[in-house]
Design a protein around this ligand. Structure first.
Ligand code: HEM
Length: 412
């Protein structure tokens, strides 16, 4: 296994179209995600990527934004009704991002369905099961042992719940489309949810996805979207709580930009200080700590030819903390991302990876993170609780803090 911590060395790895995801990825993720974009390689992956890219078109994002603001409003109101000392924002943001995805993917609120809570709980549980499995080498290596263990059975139960619900919802939606005449017009694209879009999307041969594909891609978007975004937002709130001068600037900026209830997509681009703080926080605490690939051909890395078949890890955390790339790397300094800062190699900040297999949800995740952060900063002042301990980071599938990200939230 080769471990890389510099932009120059990860570039050939991530810019290649041909390297495969590490074989550990399908082993860990396929049992609950199915055969989706996340685990596919080669032509199968290219087809999925083409079919799914339009689900994050600008017009669609505008619709997602409107829906998300409603969910954030409800979550903020429920937070205001609670005692807000020493809140684990990691947990709170996980709940919020799951609710947002449920709304954007299926157009439902968990409490208005008989399945929403079961679906989001099973999704979160699967994430936790995977994190536990990765920590136990025997379970990681041997499916036979894992699926006979209590952990494996718990995981399977939650994976089955997700799939059962998803199948039912897909069947109901197909029936609804049929009842409405079976198709969509391009003009209505700005009101469709993710499930509509992937049911209607067509490949170059005019072929749509079958039920198994729709199910796998839907579960994948739900699973890939919530924990990563929750972690990015939680660590940004933590950094802002530690740096009140930047928090105050973000607050002033949010009040200038987000004046009414309705927020236009273009408004989010005006949240410049907030965006710099988000980038700097996720440089320090990148939710995806690394990217694993298996080389499909011998590849020269830093003057050394590495054999085909070798697993190579591009360490996002390592690059983001490398003093050769980021001087004084542990210092929180959002000005590193100012427009006037010296230009950096695009591979030096890899929150969403880079190259052809970068995060397909990047624009969506940035939009969600900005609007969640801005709305929360308008509603609360964030501070670090008295006697708070230093964060104990747990490097797993997603970077988290062992005892949560604890913050005191004072309503404004
Ligand atoms: C701040 C939030 C997010 C972060 C930090 C993040 C990070 C990443 C990274 C680093 C990768 C590359 C993984 C690899 O190559 O092994 C990736 C891929 C992916 N992400 Fe995200 N992601 C975020 C949010 C989202 C959201 C909201 C969605 C969907 C709703 C999403 C869906 C995906 C998918 C489907 C892939 C696989 C793309 C492919 O292989 O072509 N992500 N993400």
């Amino acid at each position: 296994m080769v471990f890389l911590c510099h932009p120059d060395t990860v570039k050939p790895l991530l810019s290649s179209k041909d390297n495969h995801k590490s074989s550990l990825m399908p082993k860990i993720f396929k049992p609950h995600l199915g055969n989706s974009i996340f685990v596919q390689n080669g032509p199968e992956w290219r087809r999925s990527r083409k079919l799914l890219t339009p689900t994050f078109h600008f017009k669609v994002l505008r619709h997602y934004l409107k829906e998300s603001i409603e969910v954030i409003g409800k979550h903020t109101a429920s937070l205001k009704a609670k005692a807000l000392e020493n809140v684990d924002v990691q947990e709170s943001m996980t709940e919020l991002t799951l609710a947002i995805l449920l709304k954007n993917i299926f157009s439902v609120d968990a409490e208005d369905t008989d399945w929403g809570h079961a679906f989001t709980t099973a999704t979160k549980n699967c994430d936790d099961w995977v994190a536990r499995r990765i920590d136990k080498p025997l379970f990681l290596l041997f499916d036979y042992l894992y699926f006979r263990s209590e952990d494996g059975k718990g995981f399977q139960k939650d994976a089955d719940t997700m799939k059962r619900i998803c199948k039912k919802v897909i069947a109901e939606r197909r029936a609804l489309h049929k009842a409405r005449g079976g198709n969509t017009s391009a003009e209505s694209n700005d009101r469709l949810d993710f499930l509509d879009l992937i049911l209607f999307t067509e490949d170059a041969n005019g072929q749509r996805m079958d039920d198994d594909e729709v199910e796998a891609q839907t579960i994948t978007f739900m699973s890939a979207g919530f924990g990563t975004t929750a972690s990015a937002v939680s660590f940004t709130l933590y950094c802002l709580a530690k740096h009140p001068e930047y928090q105050e600037r973000c607050y002033q900026e949010a009040n200038e930009v987000l004046t009414g209830d309705s927020v236009e997509f273009a408004d989010l681009n005006k949240l410049e200080t907030l965006y710099k703080c988000f980038k700097e926080s996720t440089r320090l605490y990148p939710p995806a700590g690394g990217i694993a690939r298996d080389l499909t051909e011998p590849t020269e890395i830093n003057g050394v030819v590495v054999d085909a078949g070798t697993t190579v890890i591009a360490s996002i955390y390592g690059i983001h903390h490398n003093p050769l790339v980021w001087p004084d790397p542990e210092k929180f300094d959002p000005e590193r991302f100012a427009d006037t800062a010296p230009k950096r190699d695009p591979y030096s900040y890899l929150l969403f990876s880079a190259g052809p297999r970068n995060c397909i949800g990047q624009k969506f995740a940035e939009m969600q993170s900005k609007i969640i952060l801005a709305k929360l900063i308008q509603a609360f002042k964030f501070s670090i609780p008295d006697n708070a301990e230093e964060l104990k980071l747990v490097p797993s599938v997603i970077l988290k803090a062992k005892d949560g990200v604890r913050i005191t939230m004072t309503p404004r």
